[in-house]
Design a protein around this ligand. Structure first.
Ligand SMILES: Cc1cc2nc3c(=O)[nH]c(=O)nc-3n(C[C@H](O)[C@H](O)[C@H](O)COP(=O)(O)OP(=O)(O)OC[C@H]3O[C@@H](n4cnc5c(N)ncnc54)[C@H](O)[C@@H]3O)c2cc1C
Length: 446
């Protein structure tokens, strides 16, 4: 038995599918609230894959709630005090200091996605959570009393199922009742992560890695290029977002080709071009960005299956919010289940949706607004007001504690949902001739 802080057992059994940041966070938060968790992940051998990811303060705050996690992450994280923006030709425009965000409660954290993920997975295992790797879920089902999945041919039941299996979510069909394929966003990102030694020995790029961590951006029409050094300049990561007409099918991640990147960067800063030339071929990825219109609901018809994270709402990287919002989802459902109790699990899932729906879609849109802010920049206006280029750091989004918020709004949300259910029941009874119109409560807006 682990010694981590947790509430007394709630008796609620939660089956979670997918151990990305959404599923892991939901698992850890449900464990903190005393629910019993089975976490199923199709990958058998989790490896530190990917490249740079940033959790802004609304997400990093959640890590701070978990014993020793921020301390373990610290040596892996980027420490640059700000970002230097340039125009595409390489002329310096402005520096955005992260210190200027001091009013935002917690610092944001950036590091290698795979390395951060392994720390969180280890925390879940240390807590004693029942994490089952190599489990591919192929089917979902629900009854009035619970829900379950078929994983590697075996039925696994719980009081509810949380589908956190990312953009390709098979759980979405179980919730929506129809296939809803992701769409191409019209953009793609070339991404790379590699050891910076090759840059330290190059006069054009040396300054980005030899004096500790740096963060640099070059912005042009419909293209932006961001470069980051971390671990005291030892590791290097860059990402270039650009227009892309490719149609997505089953896969949207491919090996990248340096000549394609350099073609996009014709006439660009010699430093940015040199970063591309120095990138080892095997470390370059061409990632097509997919998008999805807001789903009508995150909850199945009997409200026993819930979509969270990218399964419910994929994010563009320019919002720098997808993973943080996935974490907010995990925190919120754990609180809703705690507050509703085992007898009201379906209402807990509906309450989660009511609490999350507007906020998460508002956050999702920032991915488009930031991209347009940079890609469609009016450079005459920017040279007059360079700070207008700064990445927007808005308090409504970042200075937010999803746990406090869920506790604050749960009771009112739950009461409204119950009132709405009462209206529905009476309307049903009325249409069956069992009630009079005057007996109907006033409809409520949830
Ligand atoms: C290029 C790029 C850069 C990004 N950068 C940032 C950033 O800097 N900051 C940020 O906040 N967000 C960023 N995002 C968004 C962020 O990565 C996602 O929003 C977030 O990781 C979603 O987490 P998730 O757990 O919902 O999904 P995923 O990370 O996709 O996890 C889903 C998990 O479910 C498992 N799974 C899938 N199907 C099954 C099945 N049938 N059975 C069992 N398991 C299954 C998968 O193996 C996987 O482990 C970026 C996105 C992209 C594309």
């Amino acid at each position: 038995m682990s010694t981590f802080a947790r509430l007394p057992p709630s008796g609620i059994k939660v089956v979670i599918v997918g151990a990305g940041f959404a599923g892991l966070c939901a698992a850890i938060e449900c464990d903190r609230k005393g629910h019993s968790v089975i976490l199923l992940e199709k990958v058998k051998d989790v490896k530190p894959l990917g490249d740079l990811i940033t959790f802004d303060s609304n997400g990093s705050h959640v890590f701070g709630q978990w014993e020793n996690v921020l301390e373990t992450l610290d040596p892996l994280l980027y420490k640059s005090p700000g970002i230097d923006y340039h125009d595409w030709k390489g002329q310096f425009v402005t520096r955005q200091n992260w210190d200027a965000d001091r009013q935002i409660r917690t610092r944001s954290i950036s590091g290698h996605r795979g390395e951060i993920h392994l720390v969180i997975l280890q925390h879940a295992l240390d807590r004693g959570i029942d994490v089952r790797l190599g489990q591919k879920v192929t089917d979902y089902f629900e009854t009035d009393e619970g829900a379950g999945v078929v994983s590697n041919g075996e039925k696994i039941m719980g009081d509810c199922v949380i589908a956190a299996e990312g953009v390709k979510s098979p759980g979405r069909k179980a919730v929506l009742g129809y296939e809803d394929l992701p769409k191409a966003s019209g953009y793609a990102v070339y991404r790379a992560w590699f050891d910076s030694e090759v840059l330290a020995n190059n006069p054009l790029t040396k300054h980005l890695v030899v004096n500790g961590d740096t963060h640099t951006g070059w912005l042009g029409h419909d293209v932006h290029f961001l470069a980051t050094s971390l671990k005291n300049g030892k590791d290097f990561s860059w990402a270039m977002t650009h227009k892309d007409a490719a149609n997505i099918d089953e896969d949207w991640q491919f090996p990248g080709k340096k000549e394609d990147v350099l073609k996009e960067l014709e006439g660009w800063s010699p430093v940015a071009r040199e970063l591309v030339k120095c990138t080892p071929d095997r470390n370059l990825v061409d990632y097509k960005l997919v998008f999805r219109d807001p789903l009508p609901t995150f909850v199945s018809s009997k409200a026993r299956i819930l979509l969270i994270g990218d399964a419910a709402h994929p994010f563009l990287p320019t919002s720098v919010q997808g993973a943080s919002q996935a974490m907010e989802d995990g925190v919120t459902i754990a609180v809703c289940l705690e507050k509703s109790g085992k007898d009201n699990v379906a209402q807990a899932l509906r309450a989660h949706e009511a609490i999350r729906y507007d906020r998460v879609h508002r956050a999702q849109m920032t991915g488009v607004t930031t991209r347009e802010q940079w890609h469609k920049a009016d450079w005459d206006a920017i040279w007059k007001d360079p700070q207008s280029l700064h990445f927007k750091r808005e308090a409504w989004l970042l200075d937010f504690d999803p746990e406090v918020h869920a506790y604050e709004v749960f009771d009112a949300t739950f009461a409204k949902l119950n009132q709405a259910s009462a209206v529905e029941k009476k309307q049903e009874a009325f249409s069956n001739g069992a009630a009079t119109l005057s007996a109907l409560p006033k409809a409520v807006d949830v």
